[in-house]
Design a protein around this ligand. Sequence first.
Ligand code: DI6
Ligand code: FE
Length: 405
Amino acid sequence: MTRTVVRRLWRHAHLATLAGDDWGLVEDGALLAEDDRITWVGTDADLPAGLEVDNEHDLGGALLTPGLVDAHTHLVYAGDRTAEFDLRLQGASYEQIARAGGGIRHTVACTRAASDDDLFNGALARARALRDTGVTTLEVKSGYGLSLAHEARCLRVARRLGPATGLTVCTTALPAHALPPEFDGRPDDYIDAVVSWLPALHAEGLADAVDAFCDTIGFTPAQTRRVFDAARALGLPVKLHAEQLSDQGGAALAASYGALSADHLEWLSDDGIAAMKAAGTVAMLLPGAFYHLRETRLPPVAALRAAGVPVAVATDHNPGSSPALSLPLMMNMACTLFRLTPLEAWLGVTVHAAQALGLAERGRLQPGLRADLAAWSLDHPRELAARFGHDPCSAVVLGGIPCTP
Ligand code: DI6
Ligand code: FE
C-alpha cells in the first residue's frame, strides 16, 4: 500500500535557519516539508525543477524561523494572585507571602476547587496565547494539585492541550513543588507520598519528566534526591527548580542525575556550572520571574558562556512569580536584564530549549527536523529580541500544518 505524502512549500522567505549555531540567514529562501518533516531548505532559485507540491505559500519576504520552544511553564491552574503583586509593591517578599500561606498554596486551593473544564479552558487560552507569539512546542508542569488525584488531574488536562492546539506538549510531574497544608510540619512524609505517587503517574503515561523545587521554601537537597531516585527507577528524566532564591547546590545535584535542565539559577555557583557542563545539563534562565519579583541577583551568564553550558530561556508562566504569556518578551528581558546576545536568546528558545526537553529533532530549519516554523513581520531575527511590547508573529506551522493567529 502506498501512503500519500503531503508536500508543502514555503517560498520567498527570509530564512533564519539557526543551523551551525549562527543566524544561518538565507535571502529569498524556500523550505519544503513532507508531512511533518522538513525535507529541503535553500534559496528559491535553487528549488529542484519540476517539484510538485500540494500547497504553496508565498511569504513575500517575511522572516521564517524555527518555531519557538517554551520549555518551562506552569500552565494548568485556577485562581488569581495579582493581590500579591500589590503586597510585594508594599514591601512584602515572595518568601514572606509563601510562608504566610499565600503564594503556591493559594493557587493549590483554587486549583483543587476548580472543575476539569475550568482548568482545561484556562490552560487552553494560555497555550493559544503563547502559540500566537510564535511558540510551537510547550512544556507544562503540574505542581498545583499536590495530591495524587489532583496532580494526575492537572497532568491529564495538560495532555489534552496538544490535540486541542496542534502544539507539541511535554508534561512534567512537579508534586514536589510545595508542601500541601495536610502535610504541615511533615515534609519527609510528603516526600514519601510523592515517591509513592510517581509510579501511578508514570503508569498512566502522564509525565515525560519529573521536577522539584529545591529551595528554602521548597524542599531540601536530601528530599529532592529521594524524588529523583524514584524518577530514575522509572526511567524518567529529571529537571530542577534550582538556585532561585538561595544556593542549595541544587544544580550540581540535578547534574549528578543527568538532569535535562536546571532552572532559574540566579544563585548558581562555579561548582554548579562545572557539574552542569560535565553532565550536559541545560541552564534554563527565567527572566520573567526575576523581573516580576524584582530580584537583583543575576544568574552567572558570563561564566555559563565561558564554560560552554547551553543556555535556554522560557516564560516560567505561572500565576505568582511570572504571569507572562510572551516568549519573545522573555527573549528581550534575557538580553536587557541578563546580557544574553540576541543570537543567544534565539538559540535559547529554539535549539537549547528543545535540548532541555530531550527533543533532538527540532529548533533549526534543516532537512530531517520537524516542520515547526514561525513567520514574522521582521527583517532580521535580532529585532525580535531588541523590541518589546509588539506581536510580530504572523503565522506558525505545527508539524507541517499552518496555523494563523
Ligand atoms: N518557582 C517559581 O518561580 C514558580 N515555582 C517555583 O518553584 C512559582 C510558582 C508560584 O508562585 O505559583
Ligand atoms: Fe517554574
